[in-house]
Design a protein around this ligand. Structure first.
Ligand code: S3P
Length: 180
């Protein structure tokens, strides 16, 4: 496996992982603009490639099928260089995704408290098929508990997002990548 640490860090993809509502897409867009790099969001990529909203993929084909599309998309994009890649919250559920993304990327975990995550999701949870239920706050807790170890084990760098603006979080990512 090639390592992009050290001298080659400038060529590495910046890969953002984390739970739903941690701001991966927002931060990815800011970082890609500031560094003038290509931006890819795996969910948008899936929607465009398969011409269907994520919601409908879950509804008509189920979660397992979505995970298969997610895996294929990671394969498609993992050979990129110098890209900023925002991933769906479940990308860590398949080891092969993280193995692929690590080959040419540095994995940044955006990590927040349950309060931050729930408040960020308050208005957008209806767009997330896994949270489209009355007791969505309990579902957030259950999923976070199930996934936390995987998020941590997958990360090269962990960035806490609590009480920080998107610009502040983006600056932390950029500082790391530029070796500051
Ligand atoms: C999912 C997160 C979503 C999307 C899908 C499943 C998950 O992406 O991929 O609804 O399993 O956590 P965001 O993290 O961008 O909301």
């Amino acid at each position: 496996m090639m390592s992009y640490k050290g001298d080659l860090m400038n060529d590495a993809n910046i890969v953002l992982i984390g739970f739903m509502g941690t701001g991966k897409t927002t931060i990815g867009k800011i970082v890609s603009k500031r560094l003038d790099r290509r931006f890819i969001d795996t969910d948008r990529y899936i929607e465009e490639k398969y011409d269907m909203p994520i919601k409908d993929i879950f509804k008509y084909y189920g979660e397992d099928y979505f995970r298969e599309l997610e895996r294929r998309v990671v394969e498609d994009i993992s050979s990129y260089k110098k890209a900023v890649i925002s991933t769906g919250g479940g990308i860590i559920l398949q080891d092969c995704n993280i193995d692929k993304l690590k080959e040419k990327g540095i994995i940044f975990l955006l990590e927040g408290s349950i309060d931050t995550i729930q408040s960020n999701l308050q208005n957008s949870r209806h767009e997330r098929p896994l949270l489209n239920e009355v007791c969505w706050t309990s579902k957030v807790k259950v999923l976070l508990n199930e996934r936390n170890d995987r998020y941590k084990a997958s990360a090269d760098v962990i960035i806490n997002i609590d009480n920080k603006s998107p610009n502040e979080i983006s600056e932390e990512v950029i500082s790391y990548i530029s070796g500051k």
